[in-house]
Design a protein around this ligand. Structure first.
Ligand code: KIV
Ligand code: ZN
Length: 514
């Protein structure tokens, strides 16, 4: 049996539909470019019929990304499949992913159908999708709680109808590893034409078992796994790509399976997603959390100094985490900066390099040592995928324990200079209120986090926030050696997203998400 496992990435679909993870079209494109570099095999770019924004994202990703299969989700409805194809037709290697629920709970209470009707609908729509695309994936939603014989019948029928991928989702994260492994084994034994399709799994993490279940599935013959970066997704999320891939790599002796993922791109992908959505990962998150490679206990540190293998089962370098090296100083030129960015994996245009260079010089005036992490923060700060409708100009704050915090902010919109002041509960609150007064946009701050990009008291503070506006959440990011300035920049960044989104995309979902 082939030992190559296909990585089907659904960060931009199942991941993006989770609260706090929505992305604009430009953000999805940026993430898709990184997924291509990461070497995933399939990118599920959205659910084309769900909204204009989703449709455009699938279309633009189809037009631009050529090294991955591009997929759109579609219910077993002709209108969904038509819409998916309208967006996917530009892809070099398109895949229509259609699904219907197969568990009795869903069939009775959600679909109000019977099993025969579900089977007929599935077959009819796989055939319909097949008119457009050679590659068609069929998912049996809530397969984890479905009757196994019915599941096998429907899989056999849709493979006869032309499905090239059969997906077994544990939609509600209910199964446990042995049980799921056995289900995959049974499907392989009982579905006579299973060899004509790729057997795929899609696990949710409600019991914290999504990765364990995915591993049990591949150990029993599944050869596609659906994952998301950082494990984002509905409720407790989906199987995390980085955990699944590194488990396979680290335990190759046991599983003898491989993927096409370039593991050194893992950390960059995780960081990019965090900065696009504002959704941070917990410090102790496996593989990409801040503590994943930190050794605190004396005994561990001693062991590490003697031989790294005492406490390290994989190296940070293997997932693209490098010790933040001291790189450049105040007198480094544009060329050296451009070269360092290249080494870090960023190909900057001449204009972008100029913007980054100005920012680098400003930072070097405030901070003695500049590290790789500072350069990455500069790039994320300055080279944004959304236009800077409001631009930060300056900030003045008066704060203390005995006085009412007051902030005065100056912004630029086009040629116009705009200024206002506000008091607040603290200096950050006062700064955000002053920005609200200038822009006339009142967002609700739902998440705020700050961390130092490097060590040292003069380190850059990076602020990641999520705001809510008209029932939609937007991320914002800002960095500065002054944390109030970083907070104001993050808030302005989020407001620019609000304005840009309402100008370019109605943002109204036309149907409920799955
Ligand atoms: O969780 C699920 O069942 C899904 C399907 C649409 C694959 O996301
Ligand atoms: Zn799902």
């Amino acid at each position: 049996m082939d030992n190559r496992v296909i990585i089907f990435d659904t960060t931009l679909r199942d991941g993006e539909q989770a609260p706090g993870c929505s992305m604009t079209m430009e953000q999805k494109l940026r993430m898709a470019r990184q997924l291509e570099k990461l070497g995933v095999d399939v990118i599920e770019a959205g659910f084309a019929i769900a909204s204009e924004g989703d449709f455009e994202a699938v279309k633009r990703v189809s037009m631009e990304i050529k090294d991955c299969t591009i997929c759109s989700l579609a219910r077993t409805k002709k209108t969904d499949i038509d819409r998916a194809w309208q967006a996917l037709q530009y892809a070099e290697d398109p895949l229509i992913h259609t699904f219907i629920a197969t568990s009795d709970i869903h069939i009775l209470h959600k679909l109000h159908m019977n099993r025969d009707q579900v089977l007929k609908t599935a077959v009819e729509h796989v055939k319909y999708a097949k008119q457009y695309s050679e590659k068609v994936e069929f998912s049996a939603e809530d397969a984890g709680r479905s009757d196994v014989d019915f599941l096998c019948n429907i899989f056999e029928a849709v493979i006869d109808a032309g499905a090239t991928v059969i997906n077994v989702p544990d939609t509600v994260g209910y199964v446990i590893p042995d049980e799921f492994g056995n289900l995959i084994k049974t499907i392989r034994e009982k579905v006579p034409n299973i060899h004509k399709a790729i057997l795929s799994v899609h696990c949710h993490n409600d019991l914290g078992l999504a990765v364990a279940n995915s591993i049990a599935a591949v150990a029993n013959g599944a050869r596609q796994v659906e994952t998301t970066i950082n494990g984002i997704g509905e409720r407790a999320g989906n199987a995390s790509m980085e955990e699944f891939v590194m488990a396979l790599n680290t335990r190759k002796n046991l599983l003898d399976l491989e993927t096409g993922v370039v593991t050194t791109e893992i950390y960059r992908s995780s960081q990019l997603l965090t900065s696009l959505t504002g959704m941070t990962v917990q410090r102790n998150k496996a593989i990409v959390g801040a503590n994943a490679f930190a050794h605190e206990a004396g005994i561990h540190q001693d062991g590490m100094l003697k031989n790294k293998q005492t406490y390290e089962i994989m190296t940070p370098e293997s997932v693209g985490i490098h010790k933040s090296a001291l790189v450049l100083g105040k007198h480094s030129g544009r060329h050296a900066l451009g070269e360092r960015y290249k080494e870090l994996g960023y190909e900057l245009s001449k204009d972008d390099l100029e913007v980054a260079y100005k920012s680098f010089i400003r930072l070097a005036d405030k901070k003695k040592d500049i590290y790789d992490a500072d350069l990455i923060a500069i790039i994320q700060d300055e080279i944004s995928e959304i236009p800077e409708i409001y631009e930060f100009e300056s900030l003045q704050v008066v704060s203390g324990t005995e006085i009412t915090p007051t902030a005065t902010i100056k912004l630029k919109r086009g040629d116009q200079s705009l200024m206002d002041s506000s008091i607040g509960d603290g200096p950050v609150d006062a700064a955000c209120r002053a920005i609200d007064r200038i822009t006339g946009i009142q967002c609700k701050l739902i998440n705020y986090s700050i961390h130092a990009v490097t060590k040292g008291k003069d380190a850059l503070g990076e602020v990641l926030i999520q705001v809510e506006y008209n029932d939609r959440s937007y991320a914002g990011r800002g960095a500065s050696t002054d944390i109030i300035e970083a907070s104001a920049k993050a808030y302005i960044n989020a407001i620019n997203r609000v304005v840009h989104t309402s100008e370019s995309d109605s943002g109204d979902d036309t149907i409920d998400q799955i």
